[in-house]
Design a protein around this ligand. Sequence first.
Ligand SMILES: [Zn+2]
Length: 272
Amino acid sequence: MPLAILAYHSHHVVGAGYEVNDHVAFARDLDLLTNLGWTIVPLSDLVAAHAEDSKERLVALTFDDGPVYDVDDVVHPELGPQRSFAGAMRDFAARRPGAQPRLHATSFVIASPEGRLAMEASADATYTWLAPGALSESWWLPAIESGLIAIANHSWDHLHPALAAVRHSRGARGDFAQVDTATDADAQVRDASAYLWSATRGRSLPYFAYPFGHHNAFLARDYLPSVGAGVCAAAFTTEPRLVVPGDSRFLLPRFVCGADWRSPEALARLLA
Ligand SMILES: [Zn+2]
């Protein structure tokens, strides 16, 4: 039975319309998913349902990269007020009480404080909007405590091209598939997990979203299955398809808003 995982980026704010603003899309999609008969569940419930071959039609919501716009409303200098993803979830719950009693999302954040500062300073304005401070970590624990959002691992530094130095033995940037040794994987996955665990006082989740969606056989078949369920119990790609029985727990696919669908009709087709 169908299980779906959707990914949104709260820094994808380059216009006012659904296709160029994930805040607009996300709010619309909460209604669409509900109207299409999908039950929104925490990512951990979806992972458990996959292991049990559940017959329910479940969808989990994920956010990538960790801008504070996941949880805080913000005023864009040209586009005006943007309702946060968490705010849109609260609006939905108030507008349609009881319609999605398990409404929840998981935010995959980047551990490295220096890396986050460099990413803020070099955001690609054709795709993202990041004001100074947008990638701070101060919102992580309050978000967990709100009961609406979980915090999980999106690597140490994303091997982001903007960084002067990345934690990789060959200095690889922009290609996470080059994380192909235990040393590099420990730096990018294990150390990030430990940082998030500490920053959230032990309340982060042991889930990993591959940066850029890039993965390889070493990570998915050797490293992540052996690193321990406390560090990584499941991992998520950006392969645009539904989760199907037999999918590896360390290669669970996700659809990405703005890349895999740009309208409510297109999302409905993906989920049909
Ligand atoms: Zn990312």
